[in-house]
Design a binder for this molecule. Structure first.
Ligand code: SF4
Length: 328
């Protein structure tokens, strides 16, 4: 699909960058949230089509607003001014050319904090080459290495081959973990988050799908073989049967949370495969945390503080004057 012609790709997005929200987010891994919170920028659209996507309103249903590269740059500077530890670009693969233009402007206008690329890893070499000198920390998912699981849940049987190759390339760019002191959060001296955050590196995320533990085991084995000692592993147990994507692919998402026994079996595999670098979530079944991007703060106020939202006024330069955020 040549989206420069204005035609929509698989997720309906053209080549224009659209955003849904930008916020200070405290719900990411400790070395991402730090004390100041991560400066998340939620991009509208997505190249995959997970049938349990918690962000379905923006990934599949198009909620968002067009933002120019200058507007994007201004939003990142507003996040830094608000105390963000980093700029955390969520699901921006399909909009990479516009985003890198915005990042280049942001750096020229004085952005100093690290840039994180938070993606599904369903991205090719051309996109990764655009990111290479602009992204400091990669947060790719490794959703599965099983093509049948890729077809059933993510609308992409080629996902395993593509994502594994992409993550190996990210490791070749940033397979050397580097840390920096956290910024001090305004009015939040007691924050329990880490005192240091990643300045460079790779964190590989994996969401455990209830009933598909062999898929998780393969991912842990892959991590042991290819990434142990060069990246952090983040195991997520928050699978929730949203089942709300209107363009849901074939297959049916499991209609339950991860079981305690399943969770404990995965923890045993971490020991069995000698994985010591990373994080895991304690299972906490529930739906309260699911975002709603129609609200000005899509998350709970405990987790997130909105800096920009698609409903709130004009996007781009009119929202945040680029000049007003210039630092040098
Ligand atoms: S969960 Fe799947 S559909 Fe949703 S944003 Fe992530 S990769 Fe895209």
């Amino acid at each position: 699909m040549n989206r420069l012609t204005g035609a929509g790709g698989r997720c309906g997005e053209s080549a224009e960058l659209r955003l849904a929200a930008a916020s200070i987010h405290r719900g990411e891994e400790p070395p991402v949230s730090g004390r100041g919170g991560s400066g998340t920028v939620f991009v509208t659209g997505c190249g995959l089509g997970c049938n349990f996507c918690q962000n379905y309103q923006i990934s599949q249903n198009g909620m968002g607003r067009v933002v120019s590269p200058a507007g994007f740059a201004a939003i990142t500077l507003a996040l830094e001014d608000a105390g963000a530890e980093n700029i955390n670009i969520v699901t921006g693969t399909h909009a990479a050319p516009a985003i890198v233009s915005g990042l280049d402007l942001a750096r020229a206008w004085g952005l100093t904090i690290p840039v994180l690329w938070n993606s599904s890893a369903y991205e090719d070499e051309a996109v990764l080459n655009l990111l290479r000198d602009r992204v400091d920390v990669y947060l790719p998912d490794l959703k599965t290495l099983d093509p049948q699981v890729g077809a059933r849940f993510f609308r992409a049987p080629d996902y395993p081959r593509s994502a594994a190759a992409a993550i190996l390339r990210m490791l070749s760019f940033r397979g050397d973990l580097q840390w920096k002191n956290t910024v001090k959060a305004p009015n939040d001296d007691e924050s329990p988050h880490a005192a240091s955050v990643l300045a460079r590196g790779v964190i590989i995320r994996h969401l455990i799908i209830p009933g598909y533990l062999e898929s998780t085991r393969e991912v842990i084995k892959w991590f042991q073989r290819h990434a142990r000692g060069r990246a952090l592993l983040s195991l997520m147990t928050q699978y929730t049967h949203c089942n709300r994507g209107e363009k849901a692919p074939t297959g049916t998402a499991p209609q339950r949370y991860l079981g305690r026994e399943e969770y404990e079996r995965v923890m045993e595999w971490l020991t069995e495969y000698g994985i010591e670098e990373g994080f895991y979530q304690e299972p906490a079944p529930g739906r309260d945390w699911l975002p709603d991007f129609s609200r000005t703060n899509p998350f709970s106020s405990r987790l997130s503080r909105t800096v920009w939202h698609w409903k709130a006024g004009n996007a781009g330069q009119e929202d945040y004057s680029a000049e007003s955020y210039r630092k040098i």
